[in-house]
Design a protein around this ligand. Structure first.
Ligand code: HPA
Length: 278
């Protein structure tokens, strides 16, 4: 689907109209993170499917809604659930909700996901702040006619996750006692988890964590000039990358995420405050 700036602006207006709060920070909640919206005060929501032309989420773990509310004194808009390539959506379609959210005049965006560990030092339950990404295994979200109002045809990606803010978030997280890592996230298309050889390949290429989302959204946000940061919650070992781990299941991914809600919520607070105060 090729969309226009008018479509995106209309979607942004539909989101903005659900609340009196003008959001300053956007958050994309990945698999297992959905309970975060319950921490937002005075929250108001709208389902993707109630916004004209917005595609629906088909992953049952992803509600597919926008929620606006206040968290840690900051007006926040959350995308509770996202669109993935494996649902049959093209990359430009996958980033449509993120683009609509970024048109709300955000100071910054936080991307989150559940991911498999490629780095042998990582364990399920670890939090990895994303320093950089490998996106070349999925088509670019910028394929097709460039919408000049959003950004330039050939955007620079050398600082896709804002370096300065990312460093500050890491330091602040360590200071409050969170055991965070930092590393490179690699996106594969899914929906199947990686074979052992694919995990080895991903590690050889420099990946520390692997998942099925996020890099396309980071590219779209950077294209629009939005300051972006992100982190992964490691929910499992990527089979074959370092150990012969147990078979991965989406159930286990959700269980590990639920068990680590306190930690990922604390890291979200650090990210949100840093972007709001930048
Ligand atoms: N691979 C891909 N996506 C994932 C994984 C994984 O191991 N864990 C959670 N999401």
């Amino acid at each position: 689907m090729e969309y226009t700036i008018e479509t995106l602006n209309r979607m942004a207006k539909d989101i903005r109209n659900i609340s009196d709060f003008a959001p300053t920070v956007g958050v994309v909640l990945g698999t297992g993170f959905s309970n975060f919206v319950n921490h937002l005060e005075d929250n108001k929501s709208i389902l993707f499917k109630d916004i004209e032309d917005m595609p629906e989420t088909t992953n049952p773990a992803h509600k597919g809604e926008f929620v606006i509310g206040r968290f840690a004194g900051v007006n926040v808009v959350c995308m509770n659930g996202r669109l993935h390539n494996y649902e049959g959506y093209t990359s430009p379609t996958c980033v449509l909700p993120v683009r609509a959210m970024c048109l709300l005049g955000l100071k910054g965006l936080v991307l989150t996901n559940a991911a498999g560990a490629l780095n042998p030092k990582y364990r399920p339950g670890d939090l990895m702040i994303i320093e950089d990404q490998i996106s070349q295994f999925v088509p670019s979200p910028l394929i097709g006619t460039n919408i000049e109002e959003l950004g330039t045809r050939f955007p620079d990606m050398s600082n896709v996750y804002d370096e300065k803010t990312t460093k500050k978030i890491y330091d602040d997280a360590i200071e409050i006692g969170l055991d965070v890592k930092k590393g490179t996230y690699i996106q594969f298309r899914g929906p199947q988890y990686e074979s052992k050889a694919e995990s080895k390949l991903a590690r050889l290429l420099g990946g520390d964590a692997v998942g099925m989302s996020t890099t396309t959204e980071a590219i779209a946000a950077k294209h629009m000039g939005i300051k972006t940061v992100g982190f992964s919650l490691i929910t499992n070992f990527a089979n074959g990358a370092m150990v012969d781990a147990d078979a991965i299941s989406d159930d286990d991914v959700l269980k590990v995420a639920a068990k680590n809600e306190k930690e990922y919520t604390a890291l979200l607070e650090v990210c949100i405050k840093n972007l709001a105060n930048a």
